[in-house]
Design a protein around this ligand. Structure first.
Ligand SMILES: Nc1nc2c(c(=O)[nH]1)N[C@H]1C(S)=C(S)[C@@H](COP(=O)(O)OP(=O)(O)OC[C@H]3O[C@@H](n4cnc5c(=O)[nH]c(N)nc54)[C@H](O)[C@@H]3O)O[C@H]1N2
Ligand SMILES: Nc1nc2c(c(=O)[nH]1)N[C@H]1C(S)=C(S)[C@@H](COP(=O)(O)OP(=O)(O)OC[C@H]3O[C@@H](n4cnc5c(=O)[nH]c(N)nc54)[C@H](O)[C@@H]3O)O[C@H]1N2
Ligand SMILES: [Mo]
Length: 764
C-alpha cells in the first residue's frame, strides 16, 4: 500500500511537529483572520503575567518565559477569536435558520463574531436584534413560570473563567437545581471521579517543575503536537537531559516522534530535531487497561526475580505498606490475568510489555501523562485508576519529579469544576454557599450531559442555558440532542460565534454575544481581570486588551448576573456589586472555598499560585486516609469488545480544529489536506479487506451482539496510516453519529467516544 494521491488530499507528512511548518500555518491562519498589528500585540501578551490566558489549552506556563510562549494552535485560537469578521444583524436577517442549517459547521463559525443580542423570530425563521433589557425581562418571566427548578439545565463549556462559572453555579443553585451538564462530562470526568477514590484528589499531582527532575515520562492516549503544543517544549527538555519518553497510542502521531522547537533558532537553521519518543507502542484502541495490567503483572515478576537474586525489588514495598491499601487484592487479580488475553486485547506482545516494565522499573522518577485515549471509554474511570495503580506500585505519587498528570482540555475546564460546576455537589460546597450568601442550595444530584439530553428528549426539560460550547455536536447521537432542544420552551445561548447548537431552536430562543478572553472587560470600577486554573492547579489572572468585537457585547459574569437577577425576583445575592468589580467575586469564591485563601492578593504574584493538592504531599483524602489500589475485573474497556469484534473505531481531533470549531480542513501531521471525510486504517487491515488508499467505504456501528445498527457514516475515504491492528479512526465531531448515547462509563457518565465496534462496507 504505497500509493500517494495528492489529488485526494492524502500524502504522508515528512517533517517534524512544530518548526517552520508550524510558523507558516500560523502566518496563513492569521493573515486570513485578523489585522497584523493586533495579532502581534495579542501573541506577545498571551500567557504572560500581564496578558490574557491562551484559550487554546490548559498546559501551564513556565515561570521563566523568554519573550512569549509561541504555539501554533494557540495562535490559531487567538486569531479565531480576534478575527475581523462579523456575523451582523444584516447577516441574520438575510439567512433564515433553515438555510443556515444546511451550511457546513465551518461556514457557520467562519461568519465571524456575534455582535448583537438576538432573539429567534418564528414568523421569519430568522434571528432578530433585541434590546438587552427586553430580553432579560422576557427570560425572567419565563423562568419564574416554571414549577420545577430541575426542569432547567445549565450547560458550561470549559472556557468560562472562574468568575463567570462561579456566578453561573450560584444562579442555578439559587434557582434551585444542580443540573450542570458540562464539557467535563465528555472529557476528564473519569479523572474527577476516579482519582479521588485512588489518591484522594481528582486532579493531577505534578507541577511543571517536576518535568525538570523526572527521568521517565509515559504519554498515554494524548496527542500533544496538536492539542497541547507547548507541552512539546517541555518534553524536548526532558529528552535533551537524557530522560526517556514512551508513548502509548494506536496511531503513530508525529508530535510524539520528532519535534523541532520554533523557539530554538539554531535547530531551525540546522533542521535538526530532537528525537522525542525513544519508544512508541501502538496499543490497540481500547487496549490500555490490558496493557497496564500487563505492565503491572510484569513488575510483579521482575520484583520476585530481583528478590530471588538477593537484589533490591522493583516494587516500593515501604511506600505501599505506609501509604496504601488494597495491594494484595490487586496482586491476586494480576496473577489471575492471562497473558494470552493481555496480548490479544492490548495488541502488544508479552516481550514488549516486559520491556516497558523494565524501563519503568529502572526509572527513579516517573511522570505519567494521559488524555482522551484513556478517559473516553466505557471503563474510563477504571482506566484512570489502573494508571494510578501503576504509579503507586513504585511510589511515584507525591515525590519530586514524579506523579500523575491528566492533560485537561479546555483552558479552564478544571477551574470551572473547582468553583462549583458539578452536578454532584459535596457538603463543603453547599455549606460554603449557605455561609456566604445565606440561602440553602439544593442537595439533590443534578443532571450531567447524558441525563440532560435524555431529559430534553423526553420532554421533561423546559429550559437550557448554554455558557459557551456546542452541546449537541459534541455529544453522541447529535440528532437525539437536536430533537430534544427543539422540544424546549426556552434556550439561552451565550457565545462568541454562531454554531449549530444555536440553530436547533426552542419555542423561545436567545443568542447572546459575549466578550472573549482576548478582549477588554470594563465594569463600573474599571478594566477587569478574570482567573483560570491550568492542568497543574495553578490559578492565575487573565486580562484581555483588544477592543471588544462590538460595543454591544456583555462579559460572561455581567450577562450571567443579569439573567440571574431577572429570573430570581427575591434573590439574596448582591449581583450588581459582584459584577461592579470582580475582586468581589473572588472574595466570594474565597469565602465558599477556603483553598482560595488570599485570592485577590495571590493572583498578583508572578505566575499566580498553586491550589493545595494533598496527594502531592502524600496526604490521602480518602475515607481510610490511605491511597487505594483499585481492581478492575477483566481487561476490556468496552464489554462489547469482548465479543471479539474485528474493528473498533476511535474519534480524533485533526490539527486544524478546536473541538467542534474547525479552523480549516487540513490535518498536516497525518498527511490529510482539504478534507475530513476519512477513515484511518492500517495497511494489513486494509489489504485483508481489499481496500486501497482513496477507496470509499461506509462505516456501520455494531450493536453489542455484533449486529449492524442504523448508525452509519457513508462514503469515507480510506487513508492508510501507521496504526494498531483492529483499530480504525475518524474525526470528531463528525464521528459522533456513530457513537451511541447509551454507551458510557457508569461511574463517570463519559461517553465511549473512543470505543465503537464497527463493520466496513465497500462503496459500489
Ligand atoms: N488545537 C487543539 N487543542 C486542543 C483541543 C482541540 O480540539 N484542538 N481540544 C482541547 C480539549 S477540550 C481536550 S479534552 C484536549 C484533548 O487532547 P487529547 O487527549 O490529545 O485528545 P484527542 O485528539 O481526542 O485524542 C488523543 C489521542 O488519543 C489516541 N487514542 C485514541 N483511542 C485511544 C485508545 O483507545 N488508547 C490510547 N492509548 N490512545 C487512544 C488518539 O490516537 C490521539 O492521538 O485538547 C485540548 N486542546
Ligand atoms: N466523538 C467525540 N466527541 C467528543 C470528543 C471526542 O474526542 N470525540 N471530545 C469531547 C470533549 S473532550 C469536549 S471538551 C467536548 C467539547 O464540547 P464544547 O465545549 O461544548 O464545544 P466547543 O467546540 O469547544 O465549543 C465551541 C463554541 O464555543 C463558543 N465559544 C468559544 N469561545 C467562547 C467564549 O469565550 N465564551 C463563550 N460563551 N462561548 C465561546 C463558540 O460559539 C464556539 O462555537 O466535546 C466532546 N465530544
Ligand atoms: Mo475536552
Amino acid at each position: 500500500m504505497k500509493e500517494k494521491n495528492g489529488a485526494i488530499g492524502i500524502a504522508p507528512y515528512g517533517g517534524s511537529a512544530g518548526g517552520w511548518g508550524a510558523l507558516k500555518a500560523v502566518a496563513d491562519a492569521i493573515r486570513g483572520q485578523m489585522a497584523v498589528k493586533q495579532d502581534v500585540i495579542a501573541l506577545f501578551r498571551m500567557n504572560q503575567p500581564q496578558g490574557f490566558d491562551c484559550p487554546g489549552c490548559a498546559w501551564p506556563d513556565p515561570l521563566h518565559t523568554s519573550s512569549f510562549e509561541f504555539c501554533e494552535n494557540g495562535a490559531k485560537a487567538v486569531s479565531w477569536e480576534a478575527t475581523g469578521k462579523r456575523a451582523t444583524p444584516d447577516f441574520f436577517a438575510a439567512h433564515p435558520v433553515k438555510e443556515l442549517w444546511e451550511r457546513h459547521d465551518f461556514d457557520l463559525e467562519n461568519e465571524g463574531r456575534l455582535t448583537h443580542p438576538m432573539k429567534y423570530d418564528r414568523d421569519t425563521d430568522t434571528y432578530q436584534v433585541i434590546e438587552w433589557d427586553t430580553a432579560f425581562q422576557e427570560i425572567g418571566a419565563l423562568m419564574q413560570g416554571y414549577d420545577d427548578p430541575d426542569s432547567v439545565e445549565f450547560y458550561t463549556s470549559g472556557r468560562a473563567s472562574n468568575e463567570a462559572a462561579f456566578l453561573y453555579q450560584l444562579f442555578a443553585r439559587e434557582y434551585g437545581t444542580n443540573n450542570f451538564p458540562d464539557c467535563s462530562n465528555m472529557c476528564h470526568e473519569p479523572t474527577s471521579v476516579g482519582l479521588p477514590v485512588s489518591i484522594g484528589v481528582g486532579k493531577g499531582t505534578v507541577e511543571l517543575e517536576d518535568f525538570d527532575h523526572c527521568d521517565l515520562v509515559l504519554c498515554v492516549g494524548h496527542n500533544p503536537g496538536t492539542n497541547h503544543p507547548r507541552m512539546l517544549g517541555t518534553l524536548r527538555e526532558v529528552a535533551k537531559r537524557g530522560g526517556t519518553i514512551v508513548a502509548f497510542n494506536p496511531l503513530q502521531e508525529r508530535g510524539l516522534e520528532r519535534f523541532t522547537s520554533p523557539q530554538s533558532p539554531l535547530e531551525m537553521l540546522t533542521l535538526s530535531s530532537t528525537r522525542l519518543s525513544s519508544t512508541y507502542y501502538k496499543v490497540r484502541v481500547g487496549g490500555d487497561a490490558a496493557m497496564v495490567k500487563g505492565i503491572m503483572k510484569s513488575l510483579l515478576s521482575l520484583h520476585n526475580e530481583a528478590l530471588s537474586k538477593g537484589e533490591k525489588g522493583v516494587i516500593d514495598e515501604a511506600f505501599i505498606a505506609e501509604h496504601t491499601q488494597g495491594f494484595e487484592e490487586l496482586k491476586a487479580d494480576l496473577e489471575a490475568t492471562d497473558w494470552a488475553d493481555i496480548e490479544r486485547v492490548s495488541g502488544l506482545s508479552h516481550k514488549d510489555i516486559l520491556h516497558i516494565a523494565r524501563l519503568y522499573a529502572k526509572a527513579e522518577r516517573t511522570i505519567l501523562c494521559y488524555g482522551m485515549g484513556i478517559t473516553q471509554h466505557q471503563y474510563g474511570t477504571k482506566n484512570v485508576q489502573q494508571l494510578a495503580n501503576l504509579m503507586l506500585m513504585r511510589g511515584n505519587i507525591g515525590k519530586k519529579g514524579a506523579g500523575i498528570c491528566p492533560l485537561r482540555g479546555h483552558s479552564n475546564v478544571q477551574g470551572d469544576r473547582t468553583v462549583g460546576i458539578t452536578e454532584i455537589p459535596n457538603q463543603a460546597l453547599l455549606d460554603g454557599i449557605e455561609r456566604t450568601f445565606g440561602f440553602t442550595p439544593p442537595t439533590k444530584h443534578g443532571h450531567g450531559a447524558v441525563a440532560t439530553i435524555r431529559a430534553m428528549h423526553e420532554g421533561k426539560a423546559k429550559a437550557l442555558f448554554c455558557l459557551g460550547g456546542n452541546l449537541p455536536v459534541a455529544m453522541p447521537e447529535p440528532e437525539t440532542c437536536f430533537e430534544g432542544m427543539r422540544k424546549l420552551d426556552l434556550a439561552v445561548h451565550m457565545a462568541t460565534k454562531l454554531n449549530r447548537s444555536h440553530l436547533a431552536v426552542a419555542k423561545h430562543t436567545y443568542l447572546f454575544p459575549v466578550i472573549g478572553r482576548t478582549e477588554r472587560d470594563t465594569q463600573l470600577s474599571g478594566d477587569q481581570s478574570v482567573t483560570v486554573e491550568d492542568s497543574m492547579s495553578m490559578v492565575h489572572a487573565s486580562r484581555g486588551s483588544l477592543e471588544p468585537a462590538s460595543p454591544h457585547l456583555k462579559s460572561e459574569p455581567a450577562l450571567v448576573a443579569a439573567l440571574a437577577k431577572a429570573s430570581l425576583p427575591n434573590t439574596v445575592v448582591p449581583w450588581d456589586k459582584l459584577v461592579s468589580d470582580y475582586h468581589f467575586i473572588r472574595d466570594a469564591i474565597e469565602s465558599v472555598f477556603p483553598a482560595f485563601k488570599d485570592f485577590n492578593k495571590r493572583i498578583m504574584n508572578h505566575g499566580g499560585f498553586r491550589l493545595y493538592n494533598a496527594a502531592s504531599e502524600r496526604k490521602w483524602n480518602t475515607p481510610s486516609g490511605k491511597a487505594n489500589f483499585i481492581v478492575m475485573h477483566g481487561i476490556n474497556e468496552d464489554p462489547r469488545s469482548a465479543q471479539g469484534h474485528d474493528l473498533v473505531l476511535t474519534t480524533l481531533r485533526s490539527h486544524d480544529q478546536y473541538n467542534t470549531t474547525l479552523y480549516g480542513m487540513n490535518d498536516r501531521y497525518r498527511g490529510v489536506t482539504g478534507r475530513r471525510d476519512v477513515l484511518f486504517i492500517n495497511a494489513d487491515e486494509a489489504e485483508s479487506r481489499r481496500l486501497r488508499v482513496g477507496d470509499k467505504v461506509n462505516v456501520v456501528a455494531l450493536a453489542p451482539d455484533g449486529t449492524p445498527t442504523a448508525r452509519r457514516m457513508d462514503n469515507l475515504t480510506v487513508v492508510v496510516h501507521d496504526m494498531a491492528p483492529g483499530s480504525v479512526a475518524t474525526y470528531y465531531p463528525e464521528g459522533n453519529v456513530l457513537v451511541p448515547l447509551n454507551s458510557y462509563d457508569d461511574e463517570s457518565g463519559i461517553p465511549a467516544y473512543k470505543n465503537v465496534p464497527i463493520a466496513l462496507e465497500h462503496c459500489a
